[in-house]
Design a protein around this ligand. Structure first.
Ligand SMILES: *Cc1c(COP(=O)(O)O)cnc(C)c1O
Length: 360
């Protein structure tokens, strides 16, 4: 069977060796006689899988000991509410940076829990750049500052970390976690839905500095209270065991590849190849400020919009799948997470050049 090249924004490509291993172990994990899916989350086998996954993530991201790693449900979107619920700590206001559709959703949700100060905003200018840090309107009394380190729809990525002094930084890294090294100690909290750059949907990773938890709003659902889940090693209630297991396999695969340090080199190269094709002609367009173009998600437009559907369907006929842009935005989008091999990018580039030759 030939597998296609998958450029889906999420749920996204998973490394083939991981899928193969999961297939081999599906009916009988280890010597257990059962599938992971059929195993108690309290069993010693699953507890080992769970703690190995945590340790591997700690190794990959060099997570300091004073940070908790939580494996939760509800997706990144639930974190938009859970962050204020867990992290306001008696404060009344939080700073938000709005650089795209996802950080805007975080703003809208947070407004139900606190006064939101939008410290920097590109909503009215098409979400295609990051305002200079010196222009941000920061509030020293904010409970935290929230931003999305990579806007998955707009293709706008931070390659720097703001300096907010004593105000903890909260980052939505759903679509660029593990794509390059980052200094975890600069953050109060990092969260990511797993289905973009990790693997399966159904799991959300939260990395949080331990002094920030333990003062959640009383209305916080218990299974989504960071302090309670931290105390119970994310096993307060039944976790998504199969997604957690598969995530652990991806972490092991990433370690074999050399971790975020090695992925960063490949990711930068993959992205540059595509931007080079886009920039070489006015047949293709990407209007994101080159200073903050994403390595993970590359949206682009055809000069002639009526050709979008032809591009997407001809690409699919060539085994290049899921190149459509976000449903409310249209155009095209290439998602090239860690699990998308460089051959996939090379095949796409051949197709893009040929498409331009035929229709340009
Ligand atoms: C996909 C995405 C989300 C939403 O994730 P869900 O798990 O579907 O809730 C939030 N933020 C970013 C940056 C994303 O890419």
């Amino acid at each position: 069977m030939k597998r296609a090249y998958n450029f889906c924004a999420g749920p996204a490509a998973i490394p083939e060796p991981v899928l193969q291993k999961a297939k081999d172990e599906l009916l009988n994990w280890g010597e257990s006689g059962t599938s992971i899916m059929e195993m108690s989350h309290r069993s010693k086998e699953f507890q080992q899988i769970a703690s190995d996954a945590e340790q591997d993530l700690r190794d990959l991201m060099h997570i300091p000991d004073n940070y908790k790693v939580l494996f939760l449900q509800g997706g990144a979107s639930s974190q938009f509410a859970l962050i204020p619920m867990n992290l306001l700590r008696g404060k009344k206001t939080a700073d938000y940076v709005r650089t795209g559709i996802w950080s805007n959703k975080a703003v809208e949700q947070a407004k139900q829990y606190c006064d939101v100060n939008v410290a920097a905003d590109t909503m009215d200018k098409g979400y295609n750049y990051i305002p200079e840090f010196s222009s941000w309107n920061l509030n020293p009394d904010a409970a935290y500052l929230h931003y999305a380190s990579n806007e998955t729809v707009g293709g706008v990525e931070f390659n720097w970390i703001p300096d907010t002094g004593d105000v903890p930084i909260v980052a939505d890294m759903s679509s660029n976690i593990l794509s390059r090294p980052i200094d975890v100690s600069r953050f109060g909290l990092i969260y990511a839905g797993a289905q973009k750059n990790i693997g399966p949907s159904g799991l959300t990773v939260v990395i949080v500095r331990d002094d920030l938890i333990g003062d959640a709003l009383p209305t916080t659902p218990i299974p989504l209270n960071y302090a309670i889940q931290a105390q119970d090693a994310s096993l307060y209630n039944t976790p998504p065991t199969f997604a957690w297991y598969l995530t652990g396999l991806v972490f092991k695969w990433l370690k074999e590849q050399g971790g975020p340090e090695a992925m960063a080199v490949i990711n930068e190269r993959k992205a540059k190849k595509i931007y080079d094709v886009i920039d070489a002609t006015d047949f293709y367009q990407n209007d994101v400020d080159p200073e903050c173009r994403s390595w993970m998600n590359i949206p682009f437009q055809l000069r002639n919009k009526s050709m979008d559907s032809v591009f997407i369907s001809e690409a699919a006929e060539n085994g290049l799948l899921n190149l459509n842009g976000f449903r409310t935005v249209g155009g095209m989008r290439v998602s090239i997470y860690n699990a998308v091999p460089e051959e996939a990018v090379d095949a796409l580039i051949v197709f893009m050049k040929d498409f331009e030759k035929r229709y340009g």
